[in-house]
Design a protein around this ligand. Structure first.
Ligand code: PMP
Length: 445
């Protein structure tokens, strides 16, 4: 199925003559329609969707409630610009974000078009509110593709390659990566904090910005205690603790937000992706006194919190509540994890199985190889690295190709390109999920 059908091949020809090469696609088939768990192409072929448009269609594609809300709003008005003539939908989405994000303190929100834009605004607010400039980010981090967010993102190829110079006052420290560093969470945090204090200066830091579970960087789940230690350090030193929940948010990890799993109450939270069932919407939510530190007119944009996107967001959030999609994500974990662990027993090249809720991954390695010690030793933390941890990107790509051929849409990720990640729509039914696992098993054989 990797060979496109006739209609897709025609579209591909048109695309090659019209669309910039830098915008690539994972498969060469063109989508005709999609639902809660499958995508169908213009030639009538079907894929089981373990991508959800990169963690976006948590409530499924073309969710009926979202579609109806979009239709109703589009009939009333499509755009006024909230900075010109405000409307209820924007306010209602902010109310929902304030209520749903972790932390019982008073909050304010602002809405944007994309995750990257939300992250940019988190940095703006953090710098404005603290009067400091430095932003601390982590190895393997992904925060977007704009100039500032490229600087925050770790990986050169393909995200940053040749696109510099990048924004300044960004400092990168090691991430807790249990499979590779073997460190307990508080020890990994002590290492990061030591570097921050020596190389940045505790009183210079405006924000410590982190994905509670890293997305593009490899579905890296930090060891327990890592995030709370960093949050405590930030609080003690007048820096903001900022959680980028763009990929982890909206029930994906079995709770509304991944920060909740370790009881974190971030000062600022960025959201996007799963918030609006596929419509472009993003949010920045935080402590009222920080968000309101910015002068009127300091935040905004033409389309941010577009009324149609807000209507979709409200419908998607209502659906997540009604169907208890956080519980659905936990159920997906309970179906998938035992099968993934079984695969790990069978296939030596599966070095690690990890993740939470419906955000799960396999890390593919060369069995019995030495760990990539030089990389980690330079950072002084190779002591516990797992044996057999050499990344195998070629095998990862081969598994992905076989999955696509079998009709299973599968994403990879990771700094070393060797992680297979699973992001099913949270409304996927059990038979479809089981079928997906069978196809995965075929791809792994
Ligand atoms: N932060 C995280 C954690 C993400 O996963 C992403 C998108 N993959 C972004 C930021 C950027 O979001 P967007 O692509 O909507 O700009």
């Amino acid at each position: 199925m990797t060979m496109p059908g006739e209609h897709s091949a025609d579209l591909h020809k048109r695309r090659s003559a019209a669309v910039a090469r830098g915008v690539s696609s994972m498969i060469s088939s063109y989508v005709d329609h999609a639902s809660g768990g499958t995508l169908s192409d213009v030639d009538g072929r079907e894929w089981i969707d373990l991508a959800a448009g990169i963690a976006v269609t948590n409530v499924g594609n073309s969710n009926p409630k979202v579609v109806e809300a979009v239709r109703r709003q589009a009939e009333r008005f499509t755009h006024t610009c909230f900075m010109i003539a405000p409307y209820e939908g924007y306010v209602a989405v902010c109310e929902q974000l304030n209520a749903l994000t972790p932390g019982s303190f008073e909050k304010r929100s602002a809405l944007f078009n994309s995750g990257a834009e939300a992250v940019e605004n988190a940095v703006k607010v953090a710098r404005h509110a603290t009067g400091r400039r430095a932003v601390v980010v982590f190895d393997h981090a992904y925060h977007g593709r704009t100039n500032l967010t490229m600087a925050l993102t770790a990986k050169d190829m393909p995200y940053k390659h040749g696109f510099g110079p990048f924004a300044g006052e960004i400092y990168r420290v090691p991430m807790s990566y249990p499979f590779r560093d073997g460190l307990a969470g508080p020890d990994a945090a002590a290492l990061a904090i030591g570097l921050i204090e020596k190389q940045v200066g505790a009183d210079q830091v405006a924000a410590v910005l982190i994905e509670p579970i890293q997305g593009e960087g490899g579905f890296v789940v930090p060891a327990p205690g890592f995030l709370p230690s960093l949050a405590a350090w930030a609080r003690a030193n007048g820096a903001l603790f900022v959680a980028d929940e763009i990929q982890t948010g909206f029930c994906r990890t079995g709770d509304w937000f991944a920060s909740t799993h370790e009881g974190l109450e971030p000062d600022l939270v960025t959201t996007a992706k799963g918030i609006a069932g596929g419509l472009p919407l993003a949010g920045l939510t935080g402590r009222a006194e920080l968000m309101d530190a910015v002068h009127p007119g300091g935040l905004g944009g033409t389309y941010g919190g577009n009324p149609i996107a807000c209507a979709a967001g409200l419908a998607a959030i209502e659906t997540m509540r009604e169907l208890d999609l956080a519980a659905a994500a936990r159920r997906i974990e309970s179906v998938m994890l035992p099968r993934l662990r079984e695969f790990q027993q069978r296939y030596q090249y599966i070095g690690d199985v990890r993740g939470r809720g419906a955000m799960l991954a396999l890390e593919i390695v060369v069995p019995d190889s030495a760990p990539p010690g030089r990389l980690t030793a330079e950072r002084g933390w190779a002591k516990g690295a797992a044996l057999g941890a050499t990344p195998d990107a070629a095998k990862t790509a081969e598994i992905q190709r076989r999955a696509h051929t079998a009709g299973l849409l599968l994403l990879t990720c990771g700094t070393y390109g060797n992680v297979i990640r699973f992001l099913p729509p949270l409304v996927m039914d059990d038979p479809t999920l089981e079928r997906a696992l069978d196809l995965l098993e075929f791809a792994l054989q």
